[in-house]
Design a protein around this ligand. Sequence first.
Ligand code: SAM
Ligand code: SF4
Length: 467
Amino acid sequence: MNKPNFKDAMNRCKIATEYEDLQENYKPVFIGKKYFLRTYGCQMNVHDSEQIRSYLETLGYEECLSLEESDIVVLNTCAVRENAKDKVIGFLGRAKHLKKTKKDLIICICGCLMQEPNEVDNIQEKHPYVDIVVGTHNLHELPNLIMNRINKQSINVYSNSNQVYENVQYSRDSKISAWVNITYGCNNFCTYCIVPYTRGRERSRKPEAILNEIRGLKAAGYKEITLLGQNVNSYGKDLEEDYPFSKLLEEVAKIGIERVRFVTSNPWNFTDELIGVVAKYDNVMPYIHLPIQSGSNEVLKKMNRPYTVEEYKRLFDKIKQAVPNVAITTDIIVGFPNETEEDFQQTLDLVNYCKYDGAFTFIYSKREGTIAAKMDDKVSLEEKEDRLYRLNEVVNHYSLEKNKTYEGIEVPVLIVGESEKDSSKVYGYTETNKLVNVEAPKSVIGSIINVKITEAKSFSLDGKMIL
Ligand code: SAM
Ligand code: SF4
């Protein structure tokens, strides 16, 4: 048994990143059995689930969409906010109930929540019916843990990793658009955030491995790739060679895949060279997610975000100037410990300045083990909810205003699927990452088509295909 601890997870002493090729050769020993996989959280987890799916399918399992049909349940968890945990625990109750009648059901939990010592203790003490607990650093051990399942709970979570695994197999959700990891982990330790503890130190994949993966995706017909990392613009800082993110992005663009995106780029390390590459290549999409978190310098300092509002605005303006029609979105937290009404007003001022295309807005959630969790907090939940409500009013106003500028114009849209609400429609994304519901035949799924926008809403656009 290996249980996590935050002391090791915080260790950032300079150990060189080690690269290891996964030599995986599993046999389909569970033919006829079914798996149910549920994913919580961000794009990283969604992409990790593509790795989990590949393992389960290689072992012979087939996916099913109802828990009751399944022979193995895998929950890929998130730890960023408390409510993500509540959902997992709620779901576990259902799985426990099922196991009473289906004794051979295997229940497995992995992902960020399992990197938290308290949560692993909780599973051990209150949920002994869970069979397998595996952490974010050793997901590749999952197939062996399933094959060699023992009749008692097995917990395999490591806290520190300087490892990057290559040759990971993915069973991707989409045949059109793919995620590609470029970095793992984070070294920033924003005081509210659990990610540096659950995902470990920042490690970059080698450029050639990334470029080869993307060449393979292009050859397989993918139209879009999104480079993934907690802070993509610190890519390469741990590599021996001088290889900044701007250079990687340029090399990726040259491969010639139709659309290249990246997420998340933080407001620090966002160099002029990087802006230059985004502006220069038509296939690097004019869309940047640039999290601000707060419009108050006081709060930013307490959050350990290494920039000021003034620096952020300068960067924001520079990107707007250099990249025509760029869309910029952000993340904002309200109710950080002792955020004053004046701090909050400064956040509203910043949103009024940037007029974002969109924003993910959150109420601060206390995460045990982080620095902010020790700060005393006099702001009531009621006040925080009121701030979130007021913030969303302003954010949504600008989203709609931005979307309205698309009405009547023609834009290229990459169609990725059939609309769930209306089977006569398909849906896709503009270059600026706006969701569009389009009247068009299903045969256009996977193509970039020209669409005339007929109506703008706050969170999506409607349009018609132009022949
Ligand atoms: N690495 C990315 C960055 O720095 O912007 C973000 C990763 S985090 C998974 C996504 C977002 O969750 C953050 O930008 C932040 O707004 C939000 N978040 C993280 N910790 C939070 C917390 N304790 N409470 C509320 N929101 C949080
Ligand atoms: Fe969390 Fe900050 Fe790292 Fe983003 S940069 S993952 S918010 S610690």
